[in-house]
Design a protein around this ligand. Sequence first.
Ligand SMILES: [Zn+2]
Length: 457
Amino acid sequence: MAQRIVIENCAIATVDADDTEYASGYMVVADNRIESLGAGKAPEGLEDVVRRIDATGHLVTPGLVNTHHHFYQWLTRGLATDHNLFNWLVALYPTWARIDEQMTYTAAQGSLATLARGGVTTALDHHYVFPKGSGDLSGAIIRAARETGIRFTLARGSMDRSEKDGGLPPDFAVETLEGALAATEATVDEHHDDSFDAMTQVAVAPCSPFSVSTELMQQGAELARRKGVRLHTHGSETVEEEQFCKELFGMGPTDYFESTGWLGEDVWMAHCVHMNDSDIAAFARTKTGVAHCPSSNARLAAGIARVPDMLAAGVPVGLGVDGTASNESGELHTELRNALLINRLGAHREAALNARQALRLGTYGGAQVLGRAREIGSLEPGKLADLVLWRLDTLAHASIADPVTALVFGAAAPVTASFVGGRQIAENGRLLHVDEDAIARSTREEARRLARIAAQG
Ligand SMILES: [Zn+2]
């Protein structure tokens, strides 16, 4: 028998295909799915109602979907703060190369807790640093996600182009081609779930053209397609990357991706800042997705991605926090605002993005690039009950009439409740299944331990 939760008296932004909204509406959740929603009060006579929430003063939206992150960087926030991407990578790789299983687990806890308390219901970690003998890092990250209660994709990364081959990472921080492929395949076999309500999925995710061999790009794509999982990497992040690709491969990043099998509807790429018209057309033609990371791009002075042009061309676009060594806040709800504001500094000025488009990037757009738009990303009957109650009747937002404008243009809104598959994971900005204060303490201890080990060289 279905257990029902009824949410009433709230504004609802469904982010469905028609952008349907209700100024005052209701939603009925039955077990892990949305059963019904609409204007006014919930239908009378519903059976097995275990909870009734009066959400007066709230906006209900789909849970936010994060499409790009590096959890391990939680332990190296606030370092190399005035660097561009390449100098920042060179400064931090020697420290990153010293991570172990306990550090990785703790960093994942910190990253996940911050995402979840801010309205993220589907998280992603692109993890690509696997130092020799460092333990089961993928297993540790997935364990942390399960404990938080969040829906999760592990993008199992890899690097095999170190300093001796013209790459940026130190030699001891990379895997061999064969080792990386075998470990990635084993991670897919052990953890990937392709069911409708999957809590854990795995993607194949070599780090970037400048830290990965052409063979690993090609064979990684073949592996992903053989296994039926998605492909993720970094692309076209900086001017320097474009020059690197031209010198090494004789072509720009998008052509290089195409030549290695890395354009397609099962691929999404982080950043895509330096894209010309034909690059955008190639992404649109192949339905390759983009993880837009506005704060990180600003932090590293990478530039402004052409999101309005991508959307106009039909490219799927989601939002990403990116690693917290280049976005110390680690919060996704602030990225709605930053995506809107930063894109208005680009060519389209005030017409670049509006509040509803920004909300769509952080919800449905994210679900699209993760290949989960059938299940999540909008509030519609039959979809999974991944949703957030944002409180908009306090000092921060009460004088703003339109709730979506308040959420996107206003200060970060308090999260009263957040549900993943009908299970509540956060209440009044606190997490229900993990101890936030204990996580804060252990992240400080592990960050100090990593700094100490790295200082020994
Ligand atoms: Zn990244």
